[in-house]
Ligand binder design. Structure first.
Ligand code: PHE
Length: 377
């Protein structure tokens, strides 16, 4: 501050001011100084400094002017000083307030410019997921079976040997257990019973019949596990849909009719079907069910000549195992085998999906590569 700036710290007498005109010019000078300072206020902090410098109770300019100029003024000058001081105070009050309003408005303007949403900018594109192809095939199959009165049930992937084997008429040491190399759960010593990852969805036949009385018409989509080494057609985890229909008068004809209906819905009306005798401990008779090769139309010859690689020239593709429910199974669920009959089937979904969509490596279902998955939106 220059000495001129400090005039308000001295009395009028000390400044040698003795006339009303001089008093006025002092105030004009002071007001000009205030106007200059208030013009430099740009933000909240500098505004506060201005306010304190001029209106501060103890040592603000106006307080000092009151103390040094007004109070000790001679009676002749007091009126003039009082009037000018009032004017200056009114001016300072109004200006300080006005500056504050301006700063607040200004900071709001900059803030909202920062926050403003520019609707013309391209948005953040969040890719929408789709169902995995396996899930889509499950749904396709479910829809077909819904249309002929089946409903869907699901069951545990961790099973007891009883449901996975015994109750399906597969006693311990039965050779088919060798075909279903099984993952057993690593349990603590002294566990009540062993647990395993189900090797097929057939345990749900038992669980369903335990809970429901005939008529039963269900399909069971789900994951199953076998200790297979991974290659193009094997995976230690894969998917099955089990089917079970039990009632008082279900015949082998109902069975073949149902399965043929399904296959024609799924692959198209042109496919031919055939049964071959097979063996499962929980069905009697048991069959393997084949469809005519959908790649070579059943001819066994590829489009460009040579052997069809899909059916290896046989013209047939093996689809699933099935059969009439073995009466021994009814014993485990307390159904009367003399009164009820039914059929069951179990199909590999990965295989069906591979056939229908021309996929030649089962592993792609489990690799979660979006470039593969995106092909089936
Ligand atoms: N569970 C059998 C398998 O996984 C398939 C099957 C189901 C066979 C139902 C007959 C009846 O190989």
């Amino acid at each position: 501050m220059s000495t001129a700036d400090l005039k308000h710290t001295q009395t009028l007498a000390a400044l040698g001011v003795s006339s009303a005109e001089k008093v006025q010019s002092l105030f004009v000078e002071l007001r000009a100084r205030f106007d200059a300072e208030s013009g430099r206020v740009t933000d909240e902090n500098s505004w506060k400094a201005l306010r304190d410098a001029w209106l501060g109770r103890k040592s603000g300019v106006l307080t000092l002017v009151t103390d040094n100029w007004l109070k000790p003024a001679t009676p002749e000058l007091k009126r003039a000083v009082g009037a000018s001081l009032n004017e200056l105070r009114a001016h300072v009050d109004i200006q300080v307030e006005a500056r504050h309003t301006a700063i607040e408005a200004g900071s709001e303007a900059t803030a909202s410019a920062k926050d403003r949403v520019d609707l013309s900018l391209p948005g953040v594109i969040r890719p929408i997921g789709t169902h995995h192809l396996i899930r889509q095939v499950f749904q396709e199959i479910e829809d077909i079976f819904f249309s002929i009165g089946f409903s869907v049930v699901e069951g545990p992937e961790i099973e007891t040997p009883y449901y996975n084997f015994e109750a399906l008429n597969i006693p311990e040491f039965h050779p088919v257990r060798d075909d279903m190399d099984t993952f057993y759960v690593d349990l603590a010593k002294g566990a009540a019973q062993p647990l395993l990852l189900r090797t097929h969805t057939s345990p749900m036949q038992i669980r369903t019949m335990e809970k429901r009385q005939p008529p039963v018409r269900v399909i069971v989509p789900g994951k199953v596990y076998r200790r297979d080494n991974p290659d193009a057609t094997h995976s230690f985890i894969f998917h099955q849909v089990e089917g079970l229909a039990v009632d008082n008068d279900i015949t082998f004809c109902d069975f073949t009719g149902t399965i043929e209906y399904f296959v024609k819905q799924f692959f198209g009306p042109g496919v031919k079907t055939r049964f071959r005798p097979s063996y499962f401990p929980f069905t009697e008779p048991s069959v393997e069910f084949d469809v005519s090769c959908i790649f070579c139309g059943g001819s066994g010859t590829a489009a460009g000549g040579g052997t069809c690689s899909k059916c290896k020239g046989s013209g047939w593709i093996e689809l699933f195992g099935a059969g009439m429910v073995d009466p021994a199974v009814y014993g485990f669920v307390k159904y009367d085998p003399k009164k009820v009959s039914g059929f069951a089937f179990g199909m590999g979904i990965d295989r069906l999906a591979m056939l229908k969509y021309g996929i030649d490596d089962i592993q792609v279902f489990f690799q979660n590569d979006v470039r593969f998955l995106r092909q089936f939106p």
